[in-house]
Design a protein around this ligand. Structure first.
Ligand SMILES: [Zn+2]
Length: 332
């Protein structure tokens, strides 16, 4: 039984029922290092820990900060649970028949725009500036950084082909696991913690935020969803509806989105063309297909910077003109 999909999309047109912000935490206290630096830098993980608590303190009736695991290097794995219906536990969400959307950044910690965009989006939803009323209709579980230890392997040259931030984390974990190849095998302790979180909340949609680098595309973002080509027939209709709605919204905002991840038919050979396919379940969007739930892979093409911001946008470090040249096959 699939709960109504439209309730899961952050585009509800309900009248805003804004959660009151606590007077003791100013809106500016919820701004990330990324925002404060004009999207040139990203913060360290201590910022995630602080913001998780600050959001919960600023919006006590709408946000909880939870810890769902510990990494091999001993760092806490943090998530924010957002609901304006008081559904701060899986039981409360189930009792109210509210769909859960889990959105994660930093599974590849060098591709970190999902963390910063997620905090910004959550603040705008809470302030009623975006998707007003949506937190009445769904529970949003936000994991700012999945690969926490990789995030703290911080340096300027971890993604040299990528336009910003100035310094960023590393692709794999401290034990060299690529988490986006580990959903079925679950070797990594971080994945075991994530799958426990998934088992508890049973998200209807799981959104995995990446940034791709290394090849120059005209398109600035790709959004790949399953079930679309495979899986339950009814859920394929829902998957297509969600994907097409998100693509239409992105296009309205000035993006040129692709409905699939642009993998070359022959690796390192752009002339072979792109291939769309169903991902195996070691990837997030292939795994959730097998759970009979929706998986969405978002790949921001970081060579393009921020959509609509123009050529002079601050997200393009002027010291790295070579980021315009394709050098390798994309890794996302
Ligand atoms: Zn990635």
């Amino acid at each position: 039984m699939i709960r109504p999909l439209h309730a899961a999309v952050l585009l509800a047109l309900a009248l805003p029922a804004l959660p009151a912000a606590s007077a003791s935490v100013a809106s500016s206290d919820l701004a990330t290092v990324s925002e404060q630096s004009g999207f040139v830098r990203t913060g360290r993980y201590e910022e995630v820990i602080a913001l998780c608590d600050r959001f919960a303190k600023a919006y006590p009736k709408a946000v909880r900060c939870i810890e769902f695991g510990t990494t091999p290097e001993g760092r806490p794995m943090k998530a924010l649970v957002a609901s304006t219906r008081g559904a701060f536990t899986p039981d409360q969400a189930r009792r109210q028949n509210l769909p859960v959307v889990l959105i994660q950044g930093g599974i590849h910690a060098g591709e970190i725009d999902g963390k910063d965009a997620g905090f910004l989006a959550l603040r705008e939803v809470l302030e009623g500036k975006a998707a007003a009323g949506s937190l009445d209709k769904l529970v949003w579980v936000f994991v700012p950084v999945f690969n926490v230890d990789g995030h703290e392997r911080f340096g300027a040259w971890n993604r040299p082909n990528q336009r910003g931030p100035v310094e960023m984390g590393w692709r794999v974990t401290a034990q060299n696991y690529n988490l986006n190849r580990d959903y079925v095998k679950a070797d990594a302790p971080e994945m075991q913690a994530m799958l426990r979180l998934v088992q508890q909340w049973d998200p209807l949609a799981y959104v995995d935020l990446h940034a791709t680098d290394g090849a120059q595309f005209e398109h600035d973002i790709s959004v790949q969803v399953e079930p679309v080509h495979a899986g339950d027939e009814g859920l394929r209709v829902a998957g297509r509806t969600l994907r097409d709605g998100v693509l239409a919204d992105l296009a309205k905002q000035g993006s040129l989105p692709l409905p699939y991840y642009p993998s070359f038919v022959v690796g390192d050979d752009p002339s072979s063309g792109f291939e769309d396919s169903v991902a195996p379940p070691r990837f997030s969007h292939g795994y959730f297909l097998l759970r009979n739930r929706i998986g969405m892979l978002v790949e921001k093409v970081f060579l393009e910077g921020i959509p609509g911001a123009g050529e002079d946008q601050p997200a393009i470090p002027s010291s790295r003109p070579w980021t315009r040249s394709p050098r390798t096959a994309p890794t996302g």
